[in-house]
Structures are given as structure tokens and as C-alpha cells.
Design a protein around this ligand. Structure first.
Ligand SMILES: [Zn+2]
Length: 300
């Protein structure tokens, strides 16, 4: 997907255009952008994604907050008297780290549809954080290790913050998560965490600990391996919006999401007053009511 802007074509989260807009640093939004010289993105996104290109400023282009993860932005492009917005991934409510997304009126809207199904109404954020903290504290205080499967960028940092603020626990993290945490810290988000393999981590692992692991390891078999290695009960949880619907092979699944749910997406579309709406992820038809669906509905 692209937006024209005068003589220039702006590629939306990919490399096929004169300039690439990178909404945020999740890998599914970075296709072909590493080789681009001209980039439109926040400083945070450039640091998190380790982009080499230089920031490109265009008249008639503005970036606004998208919520979701550190540095996530939406782009507004005015061209030929018409205003177009591409949201990237968005979250409308504040979380422990990011402020909720801004909404602007526009003519043409390209919006995500990850949780577009009306089934998805996420419980209140604060409630999920409290439930999670309660479960972690109870089991940790009983002497169990806790392993939590999560995405290493965005969700992991949100969980570090949750563990710091609600449980007074500094979790163990792997190298990749640690690097992302360091970028967050550079931009002023304080995160108390310990790198697995460091002397401090070795010391901590003599007692019950909480560790954040990649989603693929957030499973019972992995917890069993940890339990055997440390001769200590080990419980496993995951934190994702998909926990609302799908079963996971874990002790607990928490619906902690950094995306907008069906109701928030619908609200965004209504508030934007867009005449034309497209979706770049998933099937958004249930969001449209009587708004016309653009025939160029596409998925990338
Ligand atoms: Zn994302």
C-alpha cells in the first residue's frame, strides 16, 4: 500500500516507494525498509528497528501517536485537497508505557483489523493487570518460578513495567528483550530487569524467579524443563489478546493486548468520518456498518 504525496510515493510499512513510512518496529512492518535511504518514522522506531536510513521530511505529511508500542505513529498525508491516514497497529487506551492513539478526521482511512471480530471486547486494562499481578505474586510467594511467554518488543516491556509496579519484581529477560528494554530506557521509560546469563541473574536463580520468554517457549514443556533444571515448581503463563479465544498449553493465559479491539476500531472509524476505509490486516468487514468497503481491500 502506498500514498501519493505530490511527486513522491510514500510506501506504508514496506520498501516499494520513493520514501518509506515505518509505523513501528514490529518485524511484520519492516519488509524491505532496511535498504531504504529515506525514512519517515519516529526516532524511537529508528532506534528499535536499527534502521540506517535518514529521516525524511515532507510537506503535507504529519505523524501522530498510535499507542501500541514505544514510538508507534500513524501518518497523515494531504494530497490534492484530500486527507489520508494510515494507522499501522493502534491501541486507543493508555497502557503502562504508551499513551492511547490520537484520532483525526480524514477522507481516506487505512486501518488495522487484527481484532476486528465483534467477539473481541477486551476486559478493562487495569483489571487484567491486577489479575495478572495477583496470580504472579501468589505463586511466586509460594516458592514457584514463573515463566511468561510474550512478544519480545512491546509486550515484554509492558510486562517488565507491570512486574516492577505491581509486584516489585525485576524479571529475567533474554538478550533480544534486553536490547529493546535498553532503547526504551534511552527514551525515558524506566525498566528494572535482569539479563539472563549475567552474574546478577545467576544469583537470582538460586531462589524463585520470574522470567519473560519468547512466545514459542511459553508452554508447559518448557516450564517442565525449568522445573527439572532448578528442582523447583515452575508455572507458565502467556499475555496476548488471542487468549480471549484460543487455548494455549499454559497454566494461565491473560488477555493483555496492545491492539484496539472490535469496539475501539469501530469507534475510531466512526470518529474519523472517513468516506473510504481499507484494512491492511485481517477482515474488517464487520467494522463498517453501512460505510462502503473499498474494493481494494488488501492484506499484506
Ligand atoms: Zn505491531
Amino acid at each position: 500500500m502506498q500514498f501519493p504525496c505530490g511527486d513522491v510515493t510514500i510506501a506504508l510499512d514496506h520498501g516499494n516507494g520513493d520514501v518509506s513510512f515505518v509505523s513501528h518496529a514490529h518485524s511484520d512492518h519492516l519488509n524491505g525498509v532496511r535498504r531504504k535511504e529515506k525514512i519517515i518514522a519516529s526516532e524511537e522506531t529508528i532506534a528499535l528497528a536499527e534502521l540506517k536510513g535518514t529521516q525524511h521530511n515532507l510537506q503535507n505529511v504529519k505523524l501522530i501517536n498510535a499507542g501500541h508500542i514505544l514510538g508507534a505513529r500513524q501518518i497523515i498525508v494531504e494530497n490534492d485537497g484530500s486527507k489520508a491516514v494510515y494507522t499501522g497497529d493502534i491501541c486507543l487506551r493508555d497502557n503502562l508505557i504508551a499513551k492511547g492513539a490520537d484520532i483525526v478526521e480524514c477522507d481516506h482511512l487505512i486501518i488495522e483489523a487484527t481484532y476486528a471480530d465483534p467477539f473481541y471486547k477486551f476486559p478493562p486494562y487495569e483489571e487484567v493487570c491486577e489479575q495478572m499481578a495477583k496470580w504472579i505474586k501468589e505463586n511466586y510467594e509460594k516458592g514457584a518460578n514463573i515463566v511468561i511467554g510474550c512478544y519480545e518488543l512491546g509486550k515484554a516491556q509492558e510486562l517488565v513495567k507491570l512486574l516492577n509496579n505491581y509486584c516489585n519484581i525485576a524479571p529475567l529477560v533474554n538478550e533480544k528483550t534486553n536490547r529493546f528494554c535498553e532503547v526504551y530506557e534511552k527514551f525515558g521509560v524506566k525498566l528494572d530487569h535482569v539479563l539472563i546469563g549475567s552474574d546478577e541473574a545467576e544469583e537470582m536463580m538460586k531462589k524463585p524467579f520470574v522470567a519473560l520468554v519468547p512466545m514459542r517457549n511459553g508452554k508447559r514443556y518448557f516450564a517442565r524443563k525449568i522445573a527439572e533444571a532448578f528442582n523447583r515448581e515452575t508455572l507458565v503463563a502467556i499475555a496476548t489478546g488471542w487468549a480471549m479465544r484460543y487455548g494455549f498449553n499454559v497454566d494461565m493465559a491473560f488477555p493483555l493486548s496492545d491492539h484496539a479491539d472490535h469496539h475501539d476500531l469501530k469507534y475510531y472509524i466512526e470518529q474519523s468520518n472517513a468516506k473510504e476505509v481499507e484494512f491492511f490486516s485481517g477482515d474488517g468487514s464487520s467494522l463498517l456498518g453501512n460505510k462502503p468497503l473499498n474494493p481494494r481491500l488488501s492484506i499484506f
